[in-house]
Each structure stands twice: as structure tokens, then as C-alpha cells.
Design a protein around this ligand. Structure first.
Ligand code: MIC
Length: 655
């Protein structure tokens, strides 16, 4: 048999439909499911709509780590709903304040060789343990929980060879920032990134989590690491050594694409606003004053990351003009921080210590002051994501963040040697961490009698219309490249609580780009029956939030016409019955005016038969035709015809 890399081994062990030919659709058996609360409320409503009795996956966990600010009843009601739903459908429930889903799942449930789908784009972090873990829209996770295969395009496998060792003051975050510097936010689209080489000997399991987590920012389907002795060490430190198995690439295994990073050559890097791909050496932007540093998030979740920040600020005081925020990523990590004196080091240096959760990463509090720079160890800095308009969020390592907190300006951590006569702190991982399972509620044996607790903010899913053959609708919005889900459907403390209320959350559609969109969409729905939007490359990069599809659908969005799409968003559009069309000639984007009227005839036949689709365009002063196409599978075409996956489920239930 042909030697296989780790990715090919994981896929072949779970392949139930299709063939492993890059670009063709495959169906995978899913072992584990991860839900977070901001997407999970919809998933639980979808499980209810499907009439599920009990989760079919080996493990399914509902985490509460996003909607943690309880400024009124909405989030607190959702927590009760999620708890009741987890109990009813046989999921574990991780209570509010227990921590961020990705590091928690890695500590408690991750198992080498298993597959996982998660309703969060950073679910790929579980690849750190030799899992095939894919972030996706909530509906796909609901389907997997109900025992359906997970469908995805077979990706190419990019082998990234890591050699050597990281220099002092450089850490795992700089490795993934280097990948973003080399490949950009589209560089991973259609690919699984697999790391190998002797450089892995110097990367802990949590270091690998950092790198795998932000593989999402490359647009990668996921990231995979081998399961080796380090994986075994990590599982042993979590009292789960029995879950370990070795999974390594065969000798002679090859990759579709190759890259190599010599770890010794890396320097401290930083992503500038407003993209994780806007990476430069810290040295290039040092000296700029900052107003905030935030340590935490699933992109730097490990005990080492907090310990490192604590060791750097130990015995000192952070700059008086810097808000030094620390977001622990699990209660377990808080306990270990207290035990190894990290908590004391951070607090006495001036840290503002928050509850364990995502917090400022998704604009759930901690919004920075206007026109000031915020340094964060987080994965994303899309426009306004922090909650502050025109924010200036920079992404960096704990070393760079802590050094900058001390000086009050962007600082290369290597300068700490001369500024404070400091040696690079050497972290020693404990053999066994203090283990905390207290806020994980196991699924009950018998779930039938449990009633869902729905507060007034939880609304049932709206009806979704199927695809028609003819449309004559306006182009409501013309956008450029790399439009993020944070610009399509805002996150943050004001909007996230409406995730289970589609009519209300639809008021925030595209509000970051154009705050007249909502009103104009309602007018277009009334006058024309709907609308389309047009965009450049990598439409809807970033998060898994299916609200970036459901809300526009609710407002009458018929189709998107873009040069190309981010993977999750493309699937979410189909799941909710919006046609993701691609320009045959990308230059046509420039020719179409915002406000033009576009007409489709014979659309259902053309979509079903994969014909080139002719679109009549009427600009203000000219008319012309363009050609568009789609790259949907037969399964997706069928879903579209019905108006999305929920209608398809209902048909299946009815039959
Ligand atoms: C994110 O980091 O953007 C989020 C918020 O976790 C999203 C999920 C969401 O929008 O609820 C993600 O990454 O999928």
C-alpha cells in the first residue's frame, strides 16, 4: 500500500462516501462534536427541529464561552436553554465560566485518531492531538450529532517541515504568524496543513494548539499534527494517557504541496490591523504607544502562555497608560496559575483578571479606547471586531504582549534583556496538572423527560424559501476581497445575545460595511422579492457563524456573486439556500454598479445541469450580460433546490 501521511490516514479511516481526490466531495464519519454557545443555540434548535432523541456521536459537548456578559436576561436565559438542551439530546455541558471550548476539549475529550466537527472555526485546534478536527456551520454539526456524514471537499495536503529550534523570546504564535506572512489569509483554502520534522520535538501539545488554531486564519480546512511522545506526555498530564495512540506519517509519505520553516530563523512577529495576514516583524513597528494588552484566547490558551507573561512582568508594574487584561482559558488553568504563582505575578504587576472565556476576542467586553493600539494574543483582528469602531488590534505572542505592557509601546521582547537585564524565562511543564472537571455536567442516562427551557429571546427558525427559476433583483452591496464574517454579521456584546433570534439579529447584517443595508434589504424584499450582493476573493473569511447566511437569507438574499469563497461560508450559504455563484471573468466585478438590477432566467435548470449561467445586468446607464457558475456537488444542488438543509431534513422527517 502507498505510504500515507497522517492526514490521509485519518481521512481513510473515516471515509464513508466519495474518493480521496482533491476537489471532490467526501463524506466522513464523525466521532466527536463541539458546540460553543453563540452558535450552539441555533444548533440545539436545529436538533429539536430534526426531532433528535439522543446524540449519535461518541462525544458531543456544549460549551459556554462566548456569551458570558450578563447585562440583562438574554445570555442567562440562553445558558439555561443550552443546559436543558444538552441534557435532552445527550451532550456534555460545560458551564459558563468553565473555559474556552478548544483548550477545554483538548484537556478533557481530545483523542488522537478521532474526527471532530465544531460549530466554531477554531475547532481545528484539536489537530494538535493528531485529530481530524474541522470548524463548520452549526447545521453541519447538528447533522453530525444526528449521525449523518460530514461532507467536505477533499483538500490538498500541504506538508510543512519544521526544523531546528525556536530562538529565545520567539514562540509558537510566531510560527503561525510566519505561515500567515508567507501564505496570507487565502493560502490554506482547499488545503489541510500537516506539520512534521524534528522541529516538532521542541513544540509542546499546547504550542501545536496555537499553530493549529490559527490555521483557520489561513482559510485551511484544518491542520494536523502527528500523535507522538509529546502528545502522550500531554494526555498523561491530563490523567488520560490511556487515550493515546501513536499516529505518524509512513516513511516515504508525500504531500501535494511542501513548505519548510527553520525555527531558528524566526523573529518576533505581529499582525497589523485589520487582518491576521498583515504580518510584519515587531522590529518594524516598535515604539508605537499602546493603550491595551490582552493575554488569552484559544490562540494562546496554554498554561505556558500565561506563565510566560507572568514571568516577564514578575516584580514589575505594567505601564500606567496600559490596560493589562488577562483572560484565562479554563478554570483548570486558573487553578494551575494560582499554584505556580503566575496568578500572583500577573495581579501584582497590574493585571485586570477576567473570567475564563473568549471575552474580548469576540468583543464580549474589553473594547479598546478609540484611535489607540491594542495588542492581543488572539487569532483575529477583523474591522471593529473588538467592539470599537476603526479599532487598531494587533496580534502577537505572549512574549511581545507582556514586554509591551511593561514599556507602554510595541516592544520586541528580545529588548527585555537590555531594558531589564532579563534572561528568557524557561518554562517547565508540570508532569501532572491540577485537574478540574467540576463544571462539566455529564449527559444523563435517560433524556426523554427533559423539557427545553426557552426564554423570550429564543425564537424558532424562520421558514426558508426554495430556489426559483427567475429573479430580477438589485445588487444591494458591492464589496472587495477578504470580506470577513465580522463585517457581514457583527459579533460583540451588543449583537451576540441575539444569535437565537434571527429577525432581530438580521438588523445587524453588513452593518460594519453599510449601516443602511438592513433598511434597503427590506425595501428590496418588498419591491423585488429579494436581492444579491457581489464581492471579490475569499468572501466571508473567518468564523463559522451561519448567521452570516441565515440573516441575509431572512432579508431576501437570493445569491452571492463573488470571485471565490472561504470554505465554511460557502457551505453555510448552501445550507441556508443562498446560491454561491462565481464570476466566470473576475473582471466583471468592476463593471457592475451597486444598485444595478440583475436578472436570471432558467436558473434552476442551469444550476441543476451545471450550465454556464447568464446574468443580465442593468446598470444606471448601460446593459450587458455576464456569465457566472457554481462548483456545488449533487448533494448541495439538491439542498439548494429545497431552500437549504432544514427543509431537506423536514422532507426526510416527513417521509
Ligand atoms: C470567532 O472567533 O470569530 C468566533 C466568534 O468564535 C466564531 C464563532 C461565532 O461567530 O460564534 C468562529 O470562530 O466560528
Amino acid at each position: 500500500m502507498k505510504p500515507m501521511n497522517v492526514t490521509q490516514k485519518l481521512i481513510s479511516l473515516h471515509l464513508i462516501e466519495g474518493e480521496m481526490k482533491p476537489g471532490s466531495e467526501i463524506g466522513l464519519k464523525i466521532d466527536q462534536a463541539l458546540l460553543q454557545d453563540a452558535t450552539g443555540t441555533l444548533v440545539q434548535l436545529e436538533l429539536e427541529a430534526m426531532g433528535l432523541d439522543r446524540a449519535k456521536t461518541e462525544v458531543a459537548v456544549q460549551y459556554v464561552d462566548h456569551n458570558l456578559l450578563q447585562t440583562d436576561f438574554k445570555n442567562a436565559d440562553d445558558h439555561l436553554f443550552l443546559h436543558s438542551a444538552a441534557q435532552k439530546f445527550g451532550l456534555w455541558f460545560s458551564r459558563p465560566g468553565n473555559g474556552v471550548s478548544h483548550p477545554l476539549h483538548m484537556e478533557r475529550f481530545g483523542i488522537p485518531g478521532k474526527t471532530l466537527v465544531g460549530s466554531d472555526s477554531h475547532s481545528c485546534a484539536a489537530g494538535s492531538l493528531g485529530m481530524l478536527a474541522i470548524g463548520t456551520g452549526g447545521l453541519d454539526v447538528a447533522a453530525a450529532i444526528a449521525g449523518q456524514p460530514y461532507y467536505v471537499k477533499m483538500p490538498q495536503v500541504m506538508g510543512v517541515k519544521l526544523t531546528g529550534n525556536l530562538p529565545d523570546w520567539v514562540s509558537a504564535k510566531d510560527v503561525i504568524l510566519e505561515m500567515l506572512h508567507r501564505h496570507g489569509v487565502k493560502g490554506g483554502v482547499g488545503k489541510i496543513i500537516e506539520y512534521y520534522g524534528d522541529g516538532l520535538d521542541h513544540l509542546s501539545a499546547m504550542d501545536r494548539h496555537v499553530i493549529a488554531n490559527m490555521g483557520a486564519e489561513l482559510g485551511a480546512t484544518t491542520t494536523v499534527f502527528p500523535s507522538d511522545q509529546e502528545t502522550k506526555r500531554f494526555l498523561k498530564s491530563q490523567e488520560r494517557e490511556a487515550d493515546w495512540q501513536e499516529i505518524k506519517a509512513d516513511a516515504g509519505a508525500t504531500y501535494d504541496l511542501e513548505d519548510e520553516i527553520v525555527l531558528d530563523d524566526l523573529v518576533p512577529l505581529i499582525a497589523l490591523p485589520t487582518s491576521p495576514g498583515n504580518v510584519v516583524p515587531v522590529r518594524e513597528v516598535e515604539g508605537k504607544p499602546i493603550s491595551q494588552v490582552v493575554i488569552g484566547s484559544s490562540a494562546n490558551p496554554g498554561l505556558r502562555d500565561f506563565w510566560m507573561a507572568g514571568a516577564i512582568v514578575k516584580g514589575k508594574a505594567v505601564h500606567e497608560e496600559v490596560s493589562f487584561d488577562v483572560n484565562p482559558t479554563s478554570r483548570q488553568i486558573i487553578q494551575n496559575m494560582i499554584d505556580n504563582k503566575t496568578f500572583g505575578n500577573l495581579i501584582t504587576a497590574g493585571a485586570r483578571f477576567h473570567q475564563s472565556g473568549c471575552m474580548g476576542c469576540i468583543g464580549m467586553g474589553q473594547a479598546p479606547a478609540s484611535n489607540t493600539i491594542s495588542l492581543r494574543t488572539m487569532p483575529r483582528n477583523f474591522p471593529d471586531r473588538s467592539g470599537t469602531k476603526d479599532d487598531q488590534v494587533h496580534l502577537c505572542s505572549p512574549e511581545t504582549a507582556a514586554a509591551s505592557a511593561l514599556t507602554g509601546k510595541i516592544t520586541d521582547p528580545r529588548d527585555l534583556e537590555k531594558l531589564y537585564d532579563m534572561e528568557y524565562p524557561k518554562y517547565e511543564a508540570p508532569d501532572v496538572e491540577i485537574i478540574n472537571r467540576d463544571m462539566l455536567v455529564a449527559p444523563p442516562k435517560n433524556t426523554t423527560a427533559i423539557e427545553l427551557k426557552k426564554g423570550p429571546n429564543i425564537k424558532s427558525l424562520p421558514e426558508m424559501e426554495g430556489l426559483k427559476s427567475e429573479y430580477e433583483v438589485p445588487v444591494l452591496l458591492k464589496m472587495g476581497d477578504n470580506i470577513s464574517t465580522d463585517e457581514i454579521m457583527k459579533a460583540g456584546a451588543e449583537v451576540l445575545p441575539f444569535r437565537s433570534n434571527i429577525p432581530k439579529i438580521s438588523e445587524y447584517s453588513y452593518i460594519v460595511i453599510d449601516d443602511t443595508f438592513y433598511k434597503r434589504a427590506l425595501e428590496a424584499k418588498e419591491t423585488y422579492g429579494g436581492h444579491v450582493v457581489i464581492a471579490g476573493e475569499n468572501y466571508a473569511q473567518g468564523s463559522s457563524r451561519e448567521h452570516a447566511a441565515i440573516a441575509p437569507k431572512y432579508l431576501g438574499q437570493v445569491a452571492v456573486i463573488a470571485k471565490d469563497y472561504a470554505r465554511i461560508a460557502w457551505q453555510n450559504l448552501v445550507n441556508f439556500g443562498i446560491l454561491p455563484l462565481e464570476f466566470e471573468n473576475g473582471e466583471d466585478l468592476k463593471r457592475i454598479e451597486q444598485g444595478a438590477i440583475v436578472s436570471f432566467k432558467n436558473l434552476k435548470t442551469d444550476v441543476a445541469e451545471r450550465n454556464p449561467i447568464t446574468v443580465q445586468v442593468k446598470n444606471k446607464d448601460e446593459k450587458f450580460k455576464i456569465t457566472v457558475r457554481h462548483s456545488l456537488s449533487e448533494r448541495q444542488i439538491n439542498l439548494l433546490m429545497k431552500g437549504g438543509i432544514i427543509n431537506d431534513f423536514k422532507d426526510k422527517l416527513a417521509s
